[in-house]
Design a protein around this ligand. Structure first.
Ligand SMILES: C[S@@+](CC[C@H](N)C(=O)[O-])C[C@H]1O[C@@H](n2cnc3c(N)ncnc32)[C@H](O)[C@@H]1O
Length: 382
């Protein structure tokens, strides 16, 4: 993480600065934070005071931000305030551009998802993408959505898409457990989950869960199916349990069947004579339309509200407030907040100034985040 160490200084110079870069300073007993605004892009910098030096670094909620931008903001902050730098790792090197490709999509591209393709199929955790590329070449009238958390696999697939002139794959670098709920009901013709990580010691990290299965059945067309292939006896047995719960579906099991294209994993397991299970879960009914009207605005908030220390745990989401920082200009406060689903929580700063907003960006528009937002709003309303 980029940071600078500077000689101790009177932090009031931050408040009195005329710099357009600095919005305000807020304080907690452990550190100060400063809201930096460069052309509407906002981040918090932490100032941690030590006896001989002050450490200035991006606040941890900026994790995932462009490092070059963070370095630039740290350097600009020190320059604007004329701070004496003792140590810095903020040399601005040319940085790798973020992935840019016509078929590379973000989770936001699914907010109002529509497609002109006749069919839509989803592959979760495509890895080397052998199966996905094969299918996309075979079925040109189908849009394939490939979702992966591993960036190297994403880049590899994007290269192949260019080389093979493929026009029917969307590639998403995101956690598959969150994507399905963004999709409208009854639109998928297939979901492939081939050789998911078994997570024997941490089963809560598995892609397949009750929630995932219910969302799959909703997003699949009537008669369409989710195909799980696994070499793990544990995962196989676990899937039977999960697949037998929902009403509007049925499943079937096949052992050691040959499919048109095998993945690297499958080849490896076959050589080892391992059993491979194919479990197919079929959606039997038309599902109700899902219309998510999600709005993360706050309306009026109470600047003098007491922040609860206890986590608020609900059935499918939670809200936990962290440190509260009081603004030095008296115009409200900033509070750290983790919330949303247990597996993929959001971590944000909330600026409360009569109304309120999230930083660095609004949460992902998922149902659990929306439920959590409503609870946060209620608490901050006093
Ligand atoms: C064992 S590999 C199998 C890859 C490929 N399906 C195959 O058959 O060769 C599992 C893949 O799932 C990806 N993965 C794991 N959890 C995921 C998640 N929550 N969302 C999306 N991809 C995930 C991993 O990065 C990995 O590439």
């Amino acid at each position: 993480m980029p940071h600078i160490k500077v000689a101790p200084f009177d932090t009031k110079i931050v408040d009195n600065s005329k710099s357009s870069l600095i919005e305000f300073r807020a304080v907690h007993s452990s550190k100060d934070i400063v809201l930096i605004n460069r052309d509407g892009k906002k981040i918090f910098l932490d100032i941690v005071k030590k006896e001989r030096e002050y450490l200035v670094k991006p606040n941890k909620i900026t994790k995932g931000s462009d490092t070059a931008f963070l370095k630039e903001m740290l350097n600009a902050f020190a320059k604007e305030l004329n701070l004496k730098i003792l140590h810095a790792n903020t040399a601005e090197k040319p940085h790798k551009p973020k992935i840019a490709h016509e078929y590379f999509k973000t989770i936001e591209d699914f907010y109002n998802f529509k497609s002109n393709f006749k069919k839509i199929k989803l592959e979760v955790g495509f890895g080397s993408a052998r199966h996905l590329l094969y299918r996309a070449n075979e079925e040109k009238d189908t849009l394939f959505i490939g979702i992966e958390i591993h960036s190297a696999s994403i880049n590899q697939l994007l290269k192949q898409i260019t080389l093979q002139n493929i026009e029917n794959i969307w590639v998403v670098n995101y956690d598959a457990r969150l994507l399905l709920e963004m999709l409208p009901s009854n639109i998928l013709d297939k979901i492939y989950v081939h050789f998911p990580v078994p997570w024997d010691k941490k089963p809560h990290r598995r892609v397949i869960s009750n929630f995932f299965v219910n969302e799959s059945i909703r997003a699949l067309k009537k008669g369409a199916s989710l195909e799980l292939r696994t070499d793990s006896q544990n995962y196989y047995e676990y899937s039977l349990e999960v697949f037998s719960t929902p009403k509007s579906s049925k499943f079937s099991v096949e052992k050691n069947i040959d499919i048109a294209v095998t993945s690297k994993y499958e080849d490896r397991w076959k050589k080892m004579n391992k059993d491979i299970y194919t479990v197919t879960l079929e959606s039997l009914e038309e599902s109700e339309a899902r219309e998510l009207k999600i709005d993360f605005s706050f309306g009026d908030l109470n600047r003098d509200v007491e922040i609860p220390r206890e986590s608020m745990i609900k059935e499918d989401y939670f809200v936990h407030f962290g440190k509260k920082y009081d603004r030095v200009d008296g115009k409200g406060f900033v509070v750290e907040c983790s919330f949303g689903s247990f597996n993929i929580p959001e971590k944000k700063m909330i600026v409360v100034n009569g109304s309120g907003y999230y930083l660095p960006l609004n949460p992902v528009k998922s149902l659990v985040n929306y439920k959590a937002h409503n609870l946060i709003k209620e608490v901050l309303n006093g």
